[in-house]
Design a protein around this ligand. Structure first.
Ligand code: TRP
Length: 340
C-alpha cells in the first residue's frame, strides 16, 4: 500500500472533548492532515474507554460526541480517515499477539498504569493492564510512522517502539516485501509533538481534564457557559511584585497567551506589576476570545449533528479503509509468528 508516511492517533470517548483535547491533540491532528503528504488515521478508542468505570448506556452517544467534535474541529474526511476502534477487531487480535512477547514486569512499572491504579482502586481490571499493549497494537496495525499525542503518552510510545523492535527481532519476515518497513513486519513510530500541548486546569493546578469537575471548557460551550466557568477560576488581589508562576493567575495568563496572543499577556503582566489587573474585565475579554475560536467549530459540529447519515458514512468509509490495512498487517504478523 501507499508510499506516504502514516499517522495514527486516537481519543477515548468519555464524553465531549474540551479545550485541552483541542489545543493539545486535535490541532495537531489537523496540522498533519493539512500537510497532504501523510496518510492520516484518527480513532475513537472505545476499547480503551471501557477500562475505566463507564456507563454502557451512554457509550454509543459518547462515541458519536467525539466523532462530532472531530468533524467540528476540522478533521476532513477527504483528507483523513476516522474509525471507531472496536469496529476493526484486528486491533485486539494483534494486541493479544504482542502481549505474548512483552514482560508483565515492564507493564507494571509504567507510570501511566500506576496512576490509573491509584485513580480507580476498585476497578483494576485485566483490560487496564492491557491498555498500553492495545495502544501499541492500534499504532502498529497500521505501521504508523507518526503519533501526535501529548507528553504524558511518551511511555506508551516508548513501549510501542520496544514491542515493534522486539517483534522484528524475534520474528524476521524474510519474504515480506513491504517498502514502507524495509522487509520487517513493524515500523518504530515516533511521537509528533504539537504546540500548546499543555493546557492548564481552570482550577489553578494540574492540567485540564475531563475527570476533574470545573477544570475544563467544552468545545460546545456557549459564551455564557464559558463566562460562568472562568468566573470560578481562583485569582488574587490583582497585583504584586512578581508574576505568579503557578496557580490560578498563572493559568489565566496562559489562557490569555493562548487565545489573545503574547502581546496581550505582556500587557496584563505589566498591569499586574503596576496598577493591578481587574480580573472581572480580563475574564470577560478572555471568554469572548475563547468563544470566537469555538464558534466556527460549533457551527460545523451542528451541521454534522443535523446530518447523522453523513457521519455514519464517514465512519463506514474509515472502517473499510482501515480494515484492509489491518487485515494485511495481522496476516503478516501471524505468518511471521508461525501461526499461519
Ligand atoms: N492513551 C491515549 C490517551 O489517553 C489514547 C490512545 C489509545 C491512543 N490508543 C492510541 C493515542 C493510539 C494514540 C495512538 O490519550
Amino acid at each position: 500500500m501507499g508510499e506516504k508516511k502514516r499517522v495514527f492517533s486516537g481519543s477515548r470517548p468519555t464524553g465531549r472533548l474540551h479545550l485541552g483535547n483541542y489545543l493539545g491533540g486535535l490541532k495537531g491532528y489537523i496540522a498533519l492532515q493539512e500537510r497532504g503528504d501523510l496518510d492520516c488515521i484518527y480513532g475513537i478508542v472505545d476499547l480503551h474507554a471501557i477500562t475505566s468505570p463507564y456507563k454502557s448506556k451512554s457509550l454509543q452517544q459518547n462515541i458519536r460526541e467525539v466523532a462530532l467534535d472531530y468533524l467540528g474541529a476540522g478533521l476532513d474526511p477527504k483528507k483523513c480517515h476516522l474509525i471507531v476502534q472496536s469496529q476493526v477487531p484486528e486491533h485486539v487480535e494483534l494486541a493479544y499477539l504482542l502481549g505474548t512477547i512483552y514482560p508483565v514486569s515492564r507493564v507494571e512499572q509504567l507510570p501511566t498504569y500506576k496512576e490509573k491504579k491509584l485513580e480507580q482502586p476498585d476497578y483494576i481490571n485485566v483490560g487496564l493492564f492491557y491498555y498500553p499493549i492495545l495502544m501499541a497494537a492500534d499504532i502498529l496495525i497500521y505501521k504508523a510512522d507518526l503519533v501526535p499525542v501529548g507528553k504524558d503518552q511518551l511511555p506508551h510510545i516508548e513501549l510501542t517502539r520496544e514491542v515493534a523492535r522486539k517483534f522484528n527481532r524475534m520474528f524476521p519476515a524474510k519474504s515480506l516485501r513491504d517498502r514502507r518497513t524495509g522487509g520487517k513486519v513493524f515500523t518504530e513510530p515516533q511521537r509528533f509533538a504539537t504546540e500548546g500541548e499543555y493546557v492548564p486546569s481552570l482550577l489553578g493546578s494540574g492540567k485540564m481534564s475531563k475527570t476533574i469537575k470545573g477544570s475544563y471548557i467544552e468545545l460546545t460551550d456557549d459564551l455564557k457557559t464559558i463566562k460562568g466557568r472562568l468566573a470560578k477560576t481562583p485569582t488574587d488581589i490583582g497585583h504584586g511584585k512578581k508574576i505568579p508562576k503557578e496557580g490560578g493567575v498563572a493559568n489565566l495568563l496562559k489562557f490569555v497567551e493562548l487565545f489573545m496572543g503574547k502581546k496581550t499577556r505582556q500587557a496584563y503582566e505589566k498591569q499586574y506589576l503596576g496598577k493591578g489587573i481587574k480580573y472581572a474585565e480580563l475574564k470577560e475579554k478572555l471568554a469572548e476570545a475563547i468563544y470566537k475560536e469555538l464558534k466556527p467549530i460549533q457551527k460545523r459540529r451542528k451541521y454534522f449533528e443535523e446530518h447523522p447519515k453523513e457521519v455514519d458514512k464517514i465512519l463506514e468509509e474509515g472502517r473499510k479503509y482501515c480494515s484492509k490495512i489491518a487485515r494485511q498487517t495481522l496476516h503478516e504478523a501471524k505468518k511471521a509468528m508461525g501461526l499461519i
